[in-house]
Unconditional design. Structure first.
Length: 324
């Protein structure tokens, strides 16, 4: 996605479902890796105070996101509120990176929003519509969506609108177990699109079929899982790099004209060409004890991080008192 704020003065990055701010931190760390931390003074000030934006519904994760970015030297704008059921603010963004919450909790009625063309209570489909609203023309987005969002009721209607208003150029099918240990059984995708011109062709990369499911200990998710996808995607973050379709039945990279997408009622889950050689069974899944142990390790790590943050804050307060 290359969220690079250096070339455009008012460049902004947003996550409308930010949780504890992981995507914003990753975007900033990418920039630091690209620049080795060397930014012109005016750019550094803008990056620190005006580049990173977000919204979060739950107060505690929002506070943690603010603290997370602050400890990285960033002063983000993170609004408190419901991205779906409240009217959007006036800001529009150049890049949106987001993983809307999975599940149906809180999604029991259609949002009353004039900018939503399709009335639905499906939370993820509403996030797709919301992202399309808050993107600048020419802005690009990467949105994580569960499989059921690609074939749910009204999914075709939402993706029809999306392909008319944006270039839905790429869909990445994530490996099974990507969200282990939090959502072991969830199958998910990343959809990439650029607002402002209609879709002509959708490229799909299948990183799931005949790939062993992800487990935290034995088969963790690593960058190598996506190396071939990144090569196929190309260097243009808007998906306009010259791409070569696969020439064998085993290739994971396929291209489909928008006419074929339309024939399938814009249901993107139906584009499958690889044959599953051995469906994952219960013997391939982690034992419940392992999942529970993984969850405990994650909680212990989170507690350790919070204690470290508390120590930093206490030291800062102590130094401030000593200075007074």
């Amino acid at each position: 996605m290359k969220p690079d704020p250096r070339k455009v003065r008012d460049f902004t990055i947003c996550d409308p479902a930010c949780g504890t701010g992981g995507f914003l931190v990753a975007a900033y760390e990418w920039l630091m890796g690209e620049t080795k931390g060397a930014l012109d003074r005016d750019i550094a000030k803008r990056v620190r105070k005006a580049t990173y934006h977000a919204q979060e519904l739950v107060p505690r994760p929002r506070r943690m996101a603010l603290m997370n970015l602050y400890l990285h030297g960033i002063e983000p704008t993170i609004r408190s509120g419901d991205s779906i059921y409240e009217p959007p603010a006036s800001e529009r963004f150049d890049v949106i990176l987001t993983n809307p919450p999975f599940g149906t909790k809180g999604a029991n009625q259609n949002p009353d929003r004039e900018d939503f063309t399709v009335a639905t209570s499906n939370k993820q489909l509403n996030f797709v519509q919301h992202v399309l609203t808050i993107l600048k023309r020419g802005g690009r987005a990467a949105v994580v969506l569960p499989d059921n969002c690609l074939f749910a009721d009204q999914a075709g209607e939402v993706f029809k609108i999306l392909t008319e208003d944006a270039d839905l150029h790429t869909v990445l099918r994530l490996p099974r177990g990507t969200f282990t240990p939090y959502s072991q059984g969830v199958k998910a995708n990343v959809v990439f699109f650029t607002k402002g011109s209609p879709s002509e062709r959708v490229w799909i990369y299948d990183a799931r079929t005949n790939v062993p499911g992800i487990t935290k200990k034995d088969r963790p998710l690593i960058p190598a899982h996506f190396a071939e996808f990144e090569k196929c995607f190309g260097p243009d973050p808007n998906g306009r790099a010259k791409r070569k379709p696969g020439d064998s039945k085993e290739d994971r990279w396929r291209s489909f004209p928008i006419s074929e997408v339309k024939e399938r009622q814009f249901k993107l889950d139906g584009f499958k060409w690889l044959k599953e050689e051995s469906l994952e069974d219960s013997d391939d899944l982690p034992e419940p004890e392992e999942l529970a142990g993984d969850a405990i390790e994650e909680l212990d790590a989170a507690v350790g991080e919070l204690k470290a943050v508390l120590a930093l804050l206490e030291n800062s307060n102590g130094e401030a008192k000593a200075a007074r």
